[in-house]
Design a protein around this ligand. Structure first.
Ligand code: SF4
Length: 72
């Protein structure tokens, strides 16, 4: 299973590519190729254990960060 924050985009933030590239919705930026292995749980990697960005954003327990000002 891949990271729930992983999407694929051809463009974002003024950058445009011919083919869709890995994009981290949690960070709001394209993912470097080596990190994409973590995002896709390739080899023995696990996004839930090996990605500090995922761990930071999933700390509320449901895998999604609450929007600013939305905390109780
Ligand atoms: S594994 Fe990390 S870098 Fe990759 S999409 Fe998830 S949060 Fe972003």
């Amino acid at each position: 299973m891949s990271c729930p924050f992983l999407t694929y985009r051809e463009s974002a933030d003024g950058a445009n590519f011919d083919e869709a590239r890995a994009y981290c919705e949690a960070e709001g930026r394209f993912v470097q190729p080596m990190r994409a292995d973590v995002c896709n749980d390739r080899f023995d990697l696990d996004h839930a254990a090996d990605c500090e960005i995922y761990l930071d954003h999933a700390s509320d327990g449901d895998g999604a960060k609450a929007p600013e000002g939305d905390e109780p």
